[in-house]
Design a binder for this molecule. Sequence first.
Ligand code: HEM
Length: 119
Amino acid sequence: MHITVYQLIHVIGIALVVQALGAAVVLAGSDRAARWYRASMIGHGIGTFLILLAGFGMLARLEITGAFPGWVWVKLGIWVIVAALPFLLRRRPNLASAAWALTLVLVAAAATMAIFKPL
Ligand code: HEM
């Protein structure tokens, strides 16, 4: 697949995850079976999968194989936190406002890593 297709998939995955984390923050502490909670968790699962799939697809197209540069490791670390956030919120709903701010910081940091590659 062409790198631009991976870029599009990456961004669609990011949109799904941001939507889902917004919902998870608003619905923190609510009924787990609530319709929008379930929908957002499905979106979160699909979105995190798409981000990773397209991320590695782009790395292959950019011929970044073997030892990853620092910016890729930072993004992988951010991905792990983003993937874990809804589970953390489920256990600690009082962290909702921190998770709201953290989501923006993490997405901005991941984009900065890809665009400026400072490491
Ligand atoms: C929540 C986590 C992540 C966010 C918010 C994020 C965000 C972004 C954004 C905004 C871009 C620039 C738009 C584009 O050209 O597609 C990008 C590009 C990229 N991302 Fe991610 N990303 C995340 C995770 C990852 C992961 C886990 C990997 C590696 C497995 C990865 C690898 C890449 C690569 C290789 C590029 C293209 C860089 C280039 O074209 O020079 N990203 N990402």
